[in-house]
Design a protein around this ligand. Structure first.
Ligand SMILES: [Zn+2]
Length: 371
C-alpha cells in the first residue's frame, strides 16, 4: 500500500473537491508513491505529533486541519508550522489534510456532534453551492437505455431518495463524417440523419471524470457529443453543519449538562434565552458564526458551534440560543471517525498483505486551557 492509496480512500469518503476554496486539503507533504508502514491520525499536525509518528513508526499523518494553510515562503524552523513540516520532511513522513472535505459530508464532523447529542432526522444546515452539474448527451434511440444505465452506474441521476433520474427527448441528429473518420453510422462525405435521444442527467462535480469515461465507453459513436452545465442550485446532501431533533424535549439546563459531559468542555459560552423545552438543535464543528442566521431560519432553538464573537451573541433571542463549546471540543471526535473509516477500508484493501496500522494520536493538540 502506498500513501496515494490512502489519499484515494479518503477521497471516496470525503471528496477533496468538496473542500472550501480557502482551504488546503490533500497531500501536503511527502511522496505519494511511498510504501506505507503506518498511519497516525491527528486533529492538528504539530511537531509533537510528528515526534509521535516517528516513535510509532508511522510514515503518514492524516490530519484534520492542514498544517500548511496559507503558503510557506521559507523552510527554516522559525515557527510551529515550519518546525512540524521540516521534521516531517527530514523523517520522510507524509502529511494528508482532509479538513473542509470532511466538514461538507453529512457523515463527517457535524455528524459526530449530532451523535453525541442523539440528534435524529438530521439534514444539512448549509447546503453547498456550485457542486451540481448537468450532463446532456445524444444517443441513437436503440442505444439510449444502455447509455442511461452506464451514466447511472457512474453515479449520475441521484436526487435525495431517488435514483436513476433522467430526462429524455427525441429528435434528429445530423453529422457528416470527413475523410479519416470511422463512423459507426453513415458514410464518409455524406450528411447523415439519425433519430436520437437527448439524455439529461445531473451529477456532482467529483463524479465528472468517471461519468465522462463511462459515457464514452458505452456510446457507439467515434466522437461523443455532450454538454456539461454548472447548476446554480445548492446540493441538499452536501454542506456544513446539521440540524436535527432530539428524541425527547430537554430543558436548557439539561441540554447544557449533556453538552458539557458529552464534549468534555471546560467552558460553555451561551447567549441569553428563555427556552423552556428544546427539540430542535443545529450543530456545526469548528468556527460556525457564518451559519447563525441559517440555523435560526431553519427553526433551530439551539445552535452549537465554536469561535463566536461578542457581537454574534446578540443574534440570540428568547427562543434561540447560541452555544460556543470550543473549537477543539467541537471537532475532537473527528480523529475517531477517521481512524474507524481507515481501519475498516485498509483491512479490506489487500487482505493478503500485512495490515498497515492505523493509530489515533494521543496528543491533545488543543492550544486553549480553561481556568
Ligand atoms: Zn477546525
Amino acid at each position: 500500500m502506498q500513501v496515494v492509496d490512502v489519499l484515494n480512500l479518503l477521497d471516496q469518503w470525503a471528496p477533496l473537491t468538496y473542500s472550501e476554496d480557502f482551504d488546503n486539503t490533500g497531500l501536503l507533504v511527502g511522496d505519494p508513491k511511498s510504501p506505507l508502514r503506518g498511519i497516525l491520525v491527528s486533529l492538528d499536525t504539530l511537531e509533537v505529533v510528528v515526534d509521535e509518528a516517528i516513535k510509532e513508526d508511522c510514515n503518514l499523518i492524516v490530519s484534520f486541519h492542514p498544517i500548511i494553510f496559507s503558503g510557506l515562503k521559507s523552510l527554516v524552523p522559525k515557527d510551529y508550522v515550519n518546525k512540524a513540516v521540516l521534521k516531517a520532511i527530514k523523517n520522510d513522513i507524509a502529511i494528508i489534510a482532509i479538513h473542509t472535505a470532511l466538514d461538507n459530508v453529512p457523515h463527517g464532523v457535524s455528524a459526530t456532534m449530532a451523535k453525541v447529542l442523539g440528534l435524529e432526522n438530521t439534514r444539512v444546515l448549509m447546503p453547498k453551492e456550485h457542486l451540481m452539474y448537468k450532463l446532456i448527451t445524444y444517443a441513437p434511440n436503440q442505444d439510449a437505455e444502455t447509455i442511461r444505465q452506464a451514466l447511472f452506474s457512474a453515479g449520475a441521476g441521484a436526487l435525495g431518495n431517488y435514483q436513476e433520474c433522467s430526462f429524455n427527448l427525441s429528435g434528429t441528429g445530423t453529422f457528416k463524417p470527413l475523410a479519416g473518420a470511422n463512423p459507426t453510422l453513415g458514410q464518409i462525405g455524406i450528411q447523415h440523419s439519425e433519430q436520437e435521444t437527448q439524455i439529461q442527467v445531473s451529477f456532482l462535480r467529483h463524479q465528472k471524470n468517471d461519468l465522462i469515461a463511462a459515457l464514452k465507453k458505452a456510446h457507439p459513436y467515434e466522437e461523443v457529443a455532450y454538454d456539461l452545465i454548472p447548476l446554480d442550485q445548492a446540493c441538499p446532501e452536501i454542506g456544513m453543519g446539521l440540524i436535527g431533533t432530539l428524541s425527547q424535549g430537554l430543558s436548557f439546563e439539561t441540554l447544557l449538562e449533556n453538552v458539557k459531559s458529552g464534549f468534555h468542555t471546560g467552558c460553555i459560552k451561551y447567549s441569553q434565552n428563555n427556552l423552556k423545552e428544546i427539540n430542535s438543535v443545529a450543530v456545526l464543528g469548528g468556527s460556525g458564526s457564518f451559519a447563525i442566521d441559517k440555523a435560526k431560519a431553519l427553526g433551530a432553538q439551539v445552535y452549537i458551534t465554536s469561535d463566536l464573537k461578542y457581537h454574534d451573541y446578540f443574534k440570540g433571542q428568547e427562543n434561540f440560543a447560541l452555544l460556543d463549546i470550543g473549537h477543539y471540543e467541537s471537532e475532537q471526535f473527528t480523529k475517531d471517525l477517521i481512524v474507524e473509516y481507515l481501519s475498516k477500508k485498509i483491512t479490506n484493501f489487500a487482505p493478503s498483505l500485512p495490515r498497515v496500522k492505523v493509530l489515533k494520536s494521543n496528543v491533545k493538540t488543543n492550544p486553549i486551557s480553561y481556568y
